[in-house]
Ligand binder design. Sequence first.
Ligand SMILES: [Zn+2]
Length: 407
Amino acid sequence: MRRRNALSILDVVRHQPGVSRADLSRAVNLSRATVSNIVDELISIGMLEEIGAMNTSRGRKPIGLNFCPHSRYEAGVSIEDGKCRIAICDLDGNPTHRGAVNIGKQLNSDAAAKLAETVENLLQKAGGTKKRLGTLGLALPGPLQVDKPVLGETLPRPPKKYAGFAREMEKNLGVNVHICSNTRAAALAEARRGGLELDGWVIFVRLGHKVRCAVALDGRLVETESELGGDLGELCVPGNDFTCQCGKVGCINSVAAADAIIGLCQQRGLAVETTNQLIALVQSKDADARDIVRQAASAIGYGIATTINIFSPAAVVVSGPLVESGEAFWSVLDKSVKRYALTENLKRCEIRKANLWKEAEAIGASLFALSRDGLLPTLIAQDKAAIVGSMANDNALPEPVDEVALD
Ligand SMILES: [Zn+2]
């Protein structure tokens, strides 16, 4: 309860810099004494500061309060194939320091120690210590099973469990660790800091190891019950007869997931081991490489068209290395979207490249941690998401009609 009151107080001060204790007490509907106690505590840990006498028309001069975003730091880390990107952010979610480290593919206690050491070094550069670290957010390749038991074999792939690694990090840094999928982290950063202040639905599509998506509504990421959702790449494309790793035939992932693309290149005798090498070949107009990228773009376009038909979003934002492969990718994607999306929905929707995809995941992980701590309202909580879901269902259901009796 006390924590919730503290968060409400912080929220009011953030939105009304210079607010007095008396106004604060009215705004949060708590007694002056309670507010004063909590405010004193927040001042003692540096999250609030008192500012000089405020001028009022009545001549009384109450002391105002300000929020101090630099009093603590949040760290966000993205990990993929052992490569970590780190962003140290202030309490407004603005990155102040960035770094990178390779910890190897085994996420064991050595890897956790190495990552923790790098985070601490960055914190020191930022002028802090781990005492000033609030929380750590980890962005990892999805789908994820964060803390509950694995659901079973009904899933196309067993979700990866990272709880052990998160606990190691908690031990090393002495803070709470929150895990989210890298797609959702990227979406959060893009929605919050990518210059994308759009109302309505925005769909984020990330072209990584798999093709995955996340959705935001009115600038906030919609939280799902687990990190298992968003597998856009498991949608089957008409006419695609490639077999996917999941065992099904025709999934978007069978021609557009990073490892599938590399496999297709190798089948054609191309010396390609990374998506970046493929993009270099596309740019040098290699016919096979262009073919492979166009095939991926066509399948991804079908997936995007489907999200457009379901959500009628204001924008679809696409991130990942393939978005750098130029016209070969974008012209085919565009054609495919036009073929499958409803024209009216498509007219209202802008499809664009992500603004900060390389950095987005680390920054997004720290935003996710802030949000989980209640310090930044960037997530739409499950209950709200559920309400939105049920409203959509109500609208979709036609009113029951009495049968007309025929004479
Ligand atoms: Zn599949």
